[in-house]
Design a protein. Structure first.
Length: 553
């Protein structure tokens, strides 16, 4: 823990005076005696020291700005309270697994606000917890409903396409029903009077996990008519205390007609809803359950830190450190570096810029062999990034005599901050660790980070190799393999022009020269006999040199 008395937690919200701000404020008020909280807002671009906190709790799952300050994924907890990743184009129309990889891969733990979301993300391999959002029962409580006729209500941002206000509710009501709308003009303290002035609360959205107007209105005695969204099945017994209907104009119109014809039933059910929410869905309930989750996450982190303290490398981002220790236990040794230099000299050095003042970035520094190599060659502007802090710490020790700029960073956060900056970007054995979509995004970002005429140097296992399957499956972190042709196609999509691919078949060890001779003989005899190009069956890797072309959007 960062303090002897109470854990310190940073709540990271999107903006002031909106749903997440309300949630954070309520949770802090109920848990302030158990934790020390700080509250910041992404829209204000806050700077903070992550080392001060035991956890950084990010309310908006698509938020990325905090990544510039938090480099230990175990500290990051992301809340998932919507299905927008599934239903909105700007987030990708993704599966839960794809959404986790694209938007939540920075988090060590996920917290959902509905059973439906918890089930969706349970297969991603990360710890997935759930707590219910609540209401303030002293503020949101039932009152008199003086009107005689049915009044329908709706609350939210009518311009948000996910809410489908204009698409569904307006035509469903038409001139047939009285409709009241709270579209942001009312303060939080004024909302209870709004809910008490209506009989039916309508929820027309798609993609929400826990629509707060649903809970707040039910706490004030309203009868819900809603799409099958988020927690609706958790709090509504269809036909008894609310209606769950299809997302169509006709379905909403018929449901509202039923409510108008059975107003006494609607109002009795609304009164029962107020009792239901008070007994099950207050912020007190929410805070207690979230507190148990936060304590569990911190306890797990503490145990992992203790377990990893016995490993050779420090524990931060220990999964990657352990992985590299397993596949190359002597990776930082002089002998390992000496073994790699012939390949760097043969395959990579001829592609480097001639200017020793060129700004060269290596993505994925690993054991630092490449950076050490170019430092020895006299390059003076050396940059490197890696997501594993312990690995980078060891590389810093090795490169201490040389000018370098090394940073623990996610590649998709780092590259956009350095557009038109680097003369050369090097990725050795990197892109095979990403899905094809993520690799495409990384290469596009790399193209934008290069200066005009800048060059990309890339190395990846050759899947046309007779043992290509070994290269792909020897390492559980490998996600996708490439041949010469598939790699050319990928580069063309990423604004990297004049790509030159080379599949080295020469062996740097004298003991293996006979394999190169055999390789050449087989190819010349069999493939030239048939007038065909020679596939590089014995080449372990593909080496790519490409320059920056027109950058795709």
């Amino acid at each position: 823990m960062t303090t002897l008395d109470r854990p310190r937690i940073l709540f990271y919200c999107d903006r002031r005076d909106w749903a997440y701000h309300t949630t954070a404020t309520q949770l802090i008020s109920h848990l302030k005696d158990r934790y020390d909280f700080d509250l910041v807002f992404a829209e204000e671009n806050p700077e903070f020291d992550a080392d001060k906190y035991d956890l950084v709790y990010v309310f908006w799952w698509a938020e990325r700005r905090h990544r510039a300050y938090v480099h230990d994924s175990r500290k990051i907890v992301k809340e998932i309270s919507s299905h927008r990743w599934q239903h909105q184009q700007e987030y990708g129309f993704l599966s839960p697994e794809e959404a986790e990889r694209r938007w939540m891969n920075d988090a060590g733990s996920l917290v959902t606000t509905s059973k439906r979301l918890q089930a969706a993300f349970s297969m991603t391999g990360k710890p997935v917890h759930r707590y219910p959002l609540g209401v303030d029962p002293e503020l949101f409580r039932p009152g008199e409903k003086p009107q005689e006729d049915l009044i329908v209500g709706w609350a939210g941002n009518p311009k948000d396409p996910a809410k489908r206000f204009s698409e569904l509710l307006l035509p469903a009501c038409g001139n047939e029903f009285t409709l009241k709308v709270a579209s942001g003009q009312l303060s939080w303290e004024e909302m209870p009077d709004f809910y008490r002035s209506i009989d039916v609360i309508t929820i027309t959205s798609v993609g929400e996990g826990t629509p707060l107007p649903l809970l707040e209105a039910m706490a004030c005695g309203c009868f819900p008519v809603t799409t099958d969204v988020g927690i609706a099945p958790e709090v509504i017994d269809h036909g008894r205390n609310g209606l769950i209907v299809d997302a169509s104009i006709e379905a909403f119109n018929q449901a509202l007609r039923w409510c108008g014809d059975h107003l006494d039933i609607v109002r009795r059910a609304g009164a029962e809803n107020a009792v239901l929410i008070r007994n099950r869905r207050t912020w007190h309930h929410s805070a207690q359950q979230l507190s148990e989750i936060l304590d569990q996450i911190m306890a797990n982190n503490e145990r992992e830190m203790q377990d990893m303290a016995q490993s050779t490398l420090p524990a931060s981002n220990a999964g990657y450190a352990q992985h590299f220790e397993r596949i190359n236990p002597d990776g930082f040794s002089d002998a390992a570096y000496a073994n790699s230099t012939p390949y760097l000299r043969q395959d990579i050095e001829p592609l480097l810029p001639a200017n020793l003042d060129a700004k060269i970035l290596e993505v994925g520094t690993g054991h630092g062999h490449f950076l050490r190599f170019i430092a020895h060659k006299g390059y003076r502007r050396i940059f490197g990034i890696d997501i594993c802090e312990p690995m980078l710490r060891e590389v810093r020790k090795i490169l201490a005599p040389y000018p370098e700029r090394l940073e623990v960073a996610d590649v998709m956060d780092y590259l956009p901050r350095h557009e038109d900056f680097f003369d050369c970007i090097v990725m050795l054995d990197v892109i095979e660790h990403f899905s094809i979509d993520d690799a495409r995004g990384i290469l596009k970002a790399a193209a934008k980070a290069l200066v005009p005429g800048g060059r990309l140097i890339l190395r990846t296992p050759n899947m046309a190799n007779l043992l290509g399957g070994y290269s792909l499956y020897m390492d559980l972190t490998h996600r996708h393999g490439y041949t010469e042709w598939s790699l050319i196609h990928l580069l063309e999509q990423c604004s990297l022009a004049d790509a030159q691919l080379h599949v080295p078949t020469r062996f740097c060890s004298p003991k293996q020269k006979w394999m190169a001779t055999t390789n050449a003989f087989i190819h010349r005899f069999l493939y030239r006999l048939n007038g065909r190009a020679e596939p590089k069956w014995f080449g372990k890797n593909i080496v790519v040199f490409a320059s920056k072309g027109p950058v795709a959007s």
